[in-house]
Design a protein around this ligand. Sequence first.
Ligand SMILES: [Zn+2]
Length: 250
Amino acid sequence: MDLFLSGTARALQLRVVALVSDYDLSRVARVLRWYEALGSGTIDLLDAGAVRDLSPAERTRLTEAPVVIRALLGRFGARMPTLFLGPKSARPHAWTFRGGEAYALVPAGARAAMIAHELGHLLFQWPDLPYGERDGVRCLMGRIPLPDEEDGIVPPCMALRVAAGWAAPEPLSAGTPPSQLAEQRAFAWAGLLIERWQNRLVAFELSHTTHGPLVALRRVITIPPDSACALALVSRTTRAREDRLMGAVG
Ligand SMILES: [Zn+2]
């Protein structure tokens, strides 16, 4: 069933199937509201209930053999992104079969950050980013230890939000001072997508494939405190061999 909202925005639907009898959807619902606040548009949650007839053998094969999952998806019919809440031992992951059926699996009771990460794969086809704090990148899909706090979900970087169509990059011109590069906004410059985190500028290259967006980290630049022009910095650093410029350019 397709729902069309306000002409072009289409509501997403997420079906949740529990593979354990004791489950709670409130955390999943909270993650969906979190996505909506980021700009995803409405995401409807459909509680498909619990599957109680899995054998112990099937239960242990959930993460190692997709055949069980695929059979379950077939049982539920209509093709819809499906989140399985599995046993504690379930390894969180997301997958799309060749036929197009897509699912994610997290242990029931998973932290909100883990649910949000897997839903990033499932609902928006976001890739895992092979970058983390060490590279100067903080992103829901990055290589970071997920925070323990319930509400401490690291947001997706702006490049992924642009890829999802939730944000449009603002064009920059040479001479734009760093003070105008606010956080949580996307900027386009010289074919790169630039966002600011504290005193750093991170430049991504964004491309699209049939499997979803690809995000490549191009540069991380520390803005020197006395820098008058961020773009001159990006330009010089793009030509430089060093990826990081630690306040040496004025
Ligand atoms: Zn992942």
